[in-house]
Write a protein that binds this ligand. Structure first.
Ligand code: GTP
Length: 359
């Protein structure tokens, strides 16, 4: 275990997760089951593995759910504290708001929805060795257009902080993990919403603070959209994404205790079957995320989709690139394709939605 006990960690978990609705109507995004564990467990396990022992969660939306599940953090070998924002203060305001709980001079801040494999200790080493005021973890991605783009100079110092652009000058993007010297958190305006990306970082550059980039090509995925959530989950199941919370062998599928899988069902592509879920004969699940208690009936196909708690997919139905809300019922032979989102509890009758003219 590395020696970073003198560093505090802060995780921002207060967002509404609108892009993952309707799943985030009942659970905050960082608590959605991912390879069978609340997503945040994977991040907390990585933080604990790096030797950081004091972690503060900045909560707002559905705040109580976090403490109910993680308590004081002792199960994970950390000390966990919570700071609640009655009105969301944004990503910068959320960091400023936890200040009274901070103890260390070095504070590592995380977005609570990033699945990553980077060496956290190496980021802290960069922060120390360059004597930076703030260090940003940057990852290289093949298509940087959808992200905040962060160019650096030959010494690795950040030279600009650019919003999403169609013509990015570099493939380095903001990975949503930062190290702050505590006094730079004190400087963030308090009591009002502040965006760390749009306000804090540009202001730091404008005032000439030493903002360092730590660049790598580690595994990285922002789990904010259904597409990324499905891919990240499958990557955990298949061992492509690392997680200290998931020891042991990985494979094409992960079936949790109490689930029933009928003979002849095909589970591939990093499919996850939740506790108590039922999969019928001849069903084909490829990269499917089936939450606890959901049912996929005989001959149905579920591809790259999320099926919420207790939802039901009828016989021979097809769900591809969709999100099925908790308790919804997709009737037999229905076809739901790319981008379909079924709201919780909605019942679609047998054959009720088709993309073809066959009966
Ligand atoms: P979308 O609504 O789908 O954009 O998701 P989101 O609300 O989670 O926003 P985004 O993905 O940009 O947030 C990045 C991280 O910051 C997530 O882990 C959020 O939980 C967290 N976050 C966003 N806004 C706030 C806030 O106002 N307060 C706190 N404490 N955390 C926030």
């Amino acid at each position: 275990m590395a020696g970073h006990a003198g560093t505090d960690a802060v995780i921002l978990v207060g967002g509404q997760g609108t892009r993952l609705r309707p799943l985030t109507l009942s659970a905050p995004k960082p608590m959605l089951p991912t390879a069978g564990l609340p997503f945040l467990t994977h991040l907390l396990a990585r933080i604990a593995e790096a030797g950081i022992t004091h972690v503060v969660l900045g909560t707002s939306f559905k705040a109580e759910v976090f403490e109910e599940h993680f308590g004081d953090g002792s199960d994970l070998g950390i000390e966990l504290e919570y700071v609640f924002e009655p009105e969301p203060l944004g990503t910068g305001g959320g960091i400023r708001n936890v200040l009274p709980k901070l103890r260390a001079d070095t504070v590592m801040v995380f977005n609570g929805d990033v699945l990553g494999g980077t060496d956290l200790g190496a980021i802290l080493d960069t922060h120390e060795s360059t004597k930076a005021d703030v260090t940003l973890h940057l990852v290289r991605v093949s298509d940087p257009r959808a992200f905040g783009c962060v160019p650096t100079d030959e010494e690795g110092r950040v030279t600009a902080f650019l919003e999403k652009t169609q013509d990015p000058p570099t493939d380095q993007i903001n990975a949503g993990c930062y190290v702050f010297r505590r006094e730079y958190i004190e400087k963030i305006p308090s009591g009002r919403p502040v965006s760390v990306e749009r306000e804090v970082f540009p202001a730091l550059l404008a005032e000439g603070a030493r903002v360092q980039g730590h660049v790598d090509m580690s595994y990285w995925r922002d789990m904010g959209t259904p597409e990324d959530f499905v891919r990240g989950s499958a990557d955990l199941v298949r061992g492509i994404a690392p997680s200290p919370a998931l020891p042991g062998q990985r494979g094409e599928s992960l079936i949790h205790p109490g689930a029933g899988v009928a003979p002849g069902a095909l589970l591939i592509g990093g499919t996850v079957i939740g506790r108590g879920a039922e999969i019928g004969a001849g069903a084909r699940l490829d990269g499917a995320v089936i939450f606890d208690g959901a049912v996929v009936e005989a001959g149905a196909t579920v591809e790259r989709s999320i099926v919420g708690f207790g939802a039901r997919i009828g016989p021979r139905a097809l769900v591809r690139d969709g999100v099925i809300g908790d308790g919804a019922h997709v009737g037999a032979r229905c076809e739901l394709l790319r981008g379909a989102r079924v709201w919780p509890g909605v019942v679609i009758p047998d054959g009720g939605i088709r993309f073809s003219t066959d009966v």
